[in-house]
Design a protein around this ligand. Structure first.
Ligand code: SF4
Length: 248
C-alpha cells in the first residue's frame, strides 16, 4: 500500500470517489470489485464564492505578529489561563491561503504549545495531505481560544468573546483565501450564531468576506469514523471553492 492509499484508508474514503466538478488532484484510485455508486454529496455549493471584502478590524489592529504573540502569552483576560500550562498561539505559514480553525488546545497541545498534536492532529495532517497540503506550508492552524479549557470542556461564551479578537487579528495578518472551521464551536464562533454542525457543513459560508467551510473536528472523527467521508466531501468543497476563486 502506498502512502496515498494509506491516507485514504484512514479517512474511510478508499477507494476514492470525487465529485466530477471538484478537480482535486486525485490520489491513486484502487481497482476494486463492483461497488454501489457513491452517494451524492450533500454539499450545496453557491454559484460563486462570496466576493472578497475588507475584514472588520480587531481591537488589536495595530499589533504585528510579534506584539500579538506576546499579548497572547501575557494574557490573563479569562478564567482559562490559571488552569492551563501555557497559551497556544497557532502555527504555520503566516502568509497561507488556507487557515484551519479549531476549538481550543487539548491536553497534548497544552503541553507542547502547538495546536492539533496527538491523534487528532495526526488525523488533521492526513486530511490535509489528502488534498496535497501539509502543516506549515500554505496552511496556518489556530484555535478559537488559546488556553486549554479544564477537562477539555467546551469553551464558554465569555471565554470565546475574550479570546476571539486574537484570532481575528491573526486572520487580518494572514489574509487567507479560505478558512476551514473544525467542529461546532469553531463554526458557530466564527459565524456568530448557534446552529447544528450538520446543518452548517456542506455549505459555503463566510467570515468577514473570506469563504468559510465547516466540517467535523478531527477528535469527533476519531470517535465517529463513519463521518470521515462527509469530512472528505467538505474538503473537496473547500478545494473547489479555491479553484473557483482562481478561475475568476
Ligand atoms: S483563553 Fe484567550 S482570552 Fe482567555 S486567558 Fe487564554 S489567551 Fe486570554
Amino acid at each position: 500500500m502506498n502512502h496515498d492509499d494509506a491516507l485514504l484508508r484512514e479517512l474511510n474514503i478508499y477507494p476514492l470517489w470525487l465529485r466530477r466538478d471538484v478537480q482535486v488532484e486525485a490520489p491513486p484510485v484502487a481497482v476494486a470489485p463492483p461497488q454501489p455508486a457513491p452517494p451524492e454529496p450533500e454539499m450545496k455549493r453557491t454559484a460563486a464564492p462570496p466576493a472578497p471584502a475588507a475584514i472588520q478590524p480587531s481591537p488589536y489592529a495595530d499589533l504585528g505578529w510579534s506584539e500579538l504573540k506576546q499579548k497572547v502569552t501575557d494574557c490573563t483576560a479569562c478564567k482559562l489561563r490559571p488552569t492551563c500550562t501555557q497559551t497556544v498561539f497557532g502555527v504555520g505559514d503566516e502568509q497561507a491561503d488556507w487557515m484551519i480553525v479549531g476549538e481550543g488546545p487539548g491536553a497534548d497541545e497544552d503541553i507542547k504549545g502547538e495546536p492539533f498534536v496527538g491523534q487528532a492532529g495526526k488525523l488533521l495532517d492526513n486530511m490535509l495531505a489528502a488534498i496535497k497540503l501539509k502543516r506549515g506550508d500554505n496552511v496556518y492552524i489556530g484555535n478559537i481560544v488559546k488556553c486549554r479549557p479544564p477537562g477539555n470542556r467546551t469553551p464558554e461564551p465569555d471565554e470565546i468573546a475574550q479570546c476571539l479578537p486574537y484570532l481575528r487579528r491573526q486572520i487580518e495578518l494572514i489574509r487567507p483565501k479560505l478558512i476551514v472551521a473544525l467542529g461546532k464551536t469553531a463554526a458557530t464562533s466564527l459565524l456568530g450564531r448557534d446552529a447544528a454542525l450538520g446543518s452548517l457543513r456542506g455549505h459555503l459560508h463566510e467570515f468577514d468576506g473570506i469563504p468559510l467551510i465547516i466540517t467535523y473536528h478531527p477528535a469527533y472523527l476519531l470517535r465517529s469514523p463513519t463521518e470521515k467521508a462527509k469530512a472528505w466531501q467538505d474538503l473537496c468543497l473547500a478545494v473547489a471553492t479555491l479553484q473557483g476563486m482562481a478561475e475568476q
